[in-house]
Design a protein around this ligand. Sequence first.
Ligand code: 6CS
Ligand code: FE
Length: 312
Amino acid sequence: MSLPVEKTDIDLYPSRNGHPAVILSRTDPVVYNRNADQSPVDYELIQQYEKNGFLVLDNVFTADEINSFKLEMKRLRKFTGAINSNEMIVEPESGEVRSIFKVHETSFIFNKLSLDKRLAGLAEFILNDQVYIHQSRLNYKPGFRGKEFYWHSDFETWHVEDGMPCMRALSMSITLTDNDHYNGPLMLIPGSHDDFVVCSGKTPKDNFKESLKKQTYGVPSDKNLKSLVDQYGIFTATGKAGSVVIFDCNTMHGSNGNITPFPRSNIFLVYNAVKNRVVEPYSNQQARPEWIASRESINPITAVECQSVDYE
Ligand code: 6CS
Ligand code: FE
């Protein structure tokens, strides 16, 4: 196990600390492995990821695999509240389940999915290091009353509230239901990963108790968001169940509410480089709980070749 990363005094990405809400340039690479021969996918796809800050891979998982994941998602919705209510976040108004965290530890199937070479192998290549799960979450976004996820950079939150030193992490969103243009699909701003948007305000104590329901701190100003959209536009990641959206930790993203009868459910697996393991939060506040951000349980992953039969 490599030595824990010492928190350097220089905060390369100061945010929510009274500084003006400006846009700084990224100082970290996006793709850490420059050896195209080692890429587990066509290298053009890696170049697309580097340019846009995200990549959509269709038909990564079979219908049988997705069915297994959906059954597991329903099972967890039924039982998690009883066992680990903290890890279950409900929608503020309807009380329906919005998210369940730490499913890579509480679910045998989703633990296996987090090790699946189709995901972990690609994360290892892009981050060019051993990887571990920083966070996992099932987002149910139920039909009729599923609420939005306002625009944000995950890294801004993970840096300020979890102590993630650098931009050497990525999220993989596996679509468990069809993500159509009408049921609140993930929206991403292509190229925004190269800009670090400093956020105003000061992080309230125990912010996560509110932010996981509705994020109001660590969100870009209207001016900065408009400047990103004017420069780069907005991409909507629609896709059939079984597709995977891989996005850099700093890509600005969000999703609208869902008033259609069709749920938009995804599982998010966040891979962080072991060399980029979290240190003390840059907000100098208490670290968020382990079920939101791995800190004690940093287990480097050994990627495993998985097929449909492995998920039955
Ligand atoms: O605060 C967090 O870590 C979570 N919040 C959002 C909206 N995206 C990243 C992560 O799941
Ligand atoms: Fe996010």
